[in-house]
Structure formats: structure tokens, C-alpha cells
Design a protein around this ligand. Structure first.
Ligand SMILES: [Zn+2]
Length: 88
């Protein structure tokens, strides 16, 4: 673990290089090193952009999830997007 912590990781999105830690990269269990391919700043930026460009479609399932989201103010939008994909 000490070796991993001192390694640097390249962000493909902003071309930056950051310490390979969860302070700079979100966790991603599907990746071999357990961290997202882009840094936290880029991931958040892209998430915001994606949500702006992909507003919820008029679909009954989405409507239901939107109600759930409204009930849980702190419910992360990305989480229900993922759920929507799973349901479909
Ligand atoms: Zn980045």
C-alpha cells in the first residue's frame, strides 16, 4: 500500500498528474488500481456537464426516480442515473 500511495496517476481528462490516492481520484472498483481514470475535479466537471446535456427523459421509470430524488435532497444525481441504466 505504501508503494501505491507514493505512485503518481495520470488524468486522461485534464492531462494532469496527481498522487494515486483517493484524495485526488474517486474510487472505482472496476479499475485495476481501484481508482477512477480521471481526477476528482474532472469527474465532477464531466458529471455536471453530462447532467446538463442529458436531462431526464419523459419516461415513467425516470419520473418515479425523480420523485425519490426529490424526497432525498442529498441523494446523489449520479446514483439514480446509474439505477436508471440498470432498470432499463
Ligand atoms: Zn483531471
Amino acid at each position: 500500500m505504501d508503494k501505491l500511495a507514493t505512485e503518481l496517476k495520470h488524468c486522461w481528462c485534464c492531462d494532469g498528474t496527481f498522487p494515486r490516492t483517493t484524495e485526488f481520484f474517486h474510487r472505482d472498483s472496476s479499475k485495476s488500481d481501484g481508482l477512477h481514470g480521471s481526477c476528482k475535479v474532472c469527474t465532477c466537471d464531466r458529471k455536471r456537464k453530462w447532467q446538463k446535456e442529458h436531462p431526464p427523459a419523459p419516461h415513467p421509470v425516470v419520473g418515479r426516480i425523480e420523485i425519490i430524488t426529490a424526497l432525498h435532497e442529498n441523494f446523489e444525481r449520479a446514483a439514480w442515473k446509474e439505477r436508471f441504466v440498470e432498470i432499463e
